[in-house]
Ligand binder design. Sequence first.
Ligand code: BG6
Length: 497
Amino acid sequence: MTDPADVIVFGGTGDLAMRKLLPALYLRDLDGQLDGDARIVAVSRSGLDDADYRDKVDSELRRTAPRWTGADALDDDRHAAFLRRLHHVTLDVADDDWSGLTDVLGPADHRIRVLYLASAPSLFGRICTGAAAHGIVDERTRVVLEKPLGTDLASAQAINDEVGSVFAEDQIYRIDHYLGKETVQNLLVLRFGNSLFEPLWNAGQIDHVQITVAESLGVGNRADYYDGSGALRDMVQNHLLQLLCLVAMEPPARIDGEGVRDEKLKVLQSLKPLTGPDVVRDTVRGQYTEGLVDGEAVPGYATELAESRAGTPREKDASSTETFVALRAEVANWRWAGVPFYLRTGKRLARHASEIVVQFKPVPHSIFPAFGEQIPPNRLVLRLQPDEGVRLHMTAKAPGPGGIRPHPAPLDLSFARTFGDRLPDAYERLLMDVLRGNPTLFMRRDEIEAAWRWAEPVLRTWEETNQLPRPYSAGGHGPSASARLIERDGRAWHEDY
Ligand code: BG6
């Protein structure tokens, strides 16, 4: 059970609030984890009153929640009780008059306030200073920042400065929702809860690491926003680098906010800088063209972008934004010297699947002639989504009397089969952590800025060298240059997902 709290969601009618935040709070409430007095106060410019807002959330929950709860839960008392927690305040944060919000909130008394900023990052500073000026902030108040946190180092620093002028660092929760995923947290337990892996977890035994976050969806109605961002800013600078940190970091002294984040920071600081010719050699940009995804014809990025800009002067503008990135990174430290980390992410790929592959070195010598010279090396595959689980690719003897015939055979841990339960959505975990005051799975200012320090030269070099994205057909595995990037090193992407 959390402390009594008011969760104030700026951007309370937006897509994130509707699709993720409200369902997450609802599911935690059904499990009895929200304090009886907790309230959720949505702030937007929409003009809705409490009743309208409750109706809106009710229909969204009816649309999405049966997937998780079974339809019955929707009509019981708990459902009605959740809706009664909801309030809506119409407010333009640029206005001086915040009385609509302060009247609803009343004195904080014993309540903790959480300001959830699910609005445009350009408003983060203004919301924080406005909230402070109107007496909404005290030393127990927490603020949650959604990505994107800046588009480069300077803009990230500016946001951090503005928010930091109101809140101390330990009041600030910067979300990377990948850290809320069960399987991502499982990586910590797998690495540090089993003695088996640690002696092998280094450059002596590991040949390379692959991190893939593949999406089959396109940018859809986010095209206009996305065009100012691209895959490196949208996915690599945050989600993929966070995954890399969890794979590469040293065992933290403690599993708490400072312990884990100190170790992740060291990894980010150890990333070998990619600059100038390295960028040209070790990165691949792509942009999808039309194609077939799951047998269905889908348009290319340029068409989606033009549609989203229809009727505006920019409708016909060409775009050089990447919807796919593959790159080769290195963590230049004692543990990982010389081990390549291949990262790739893209939209409109063959499947929606994310995984981390740790490939071990091959056996030094094969004594099984039936297998030829090469026994496939062991691979540990951490499947983040869907079908969450861990698979260790091994070699075993094929059964039968016909001599010793080694055969690939996986050891499989399926989360669904082993634990049976529904895996909570990342936002359920992260929102509860905010309410309980646990910052471990949130990004500290220095981490965000270290990630930008590494990513920014890549973006700059792409621009300076006019490295345009290579076209790839929707429904494939990205541009062929992505395969060449890894094949050049005598390795191949793990496509068996
Ligand atoms: C978001 C990106 O942070 O993550 C989106 O902005 C992307 O572009 C999404 O689609 C992917 O998240 P998930 O949880 O669906 O893998």
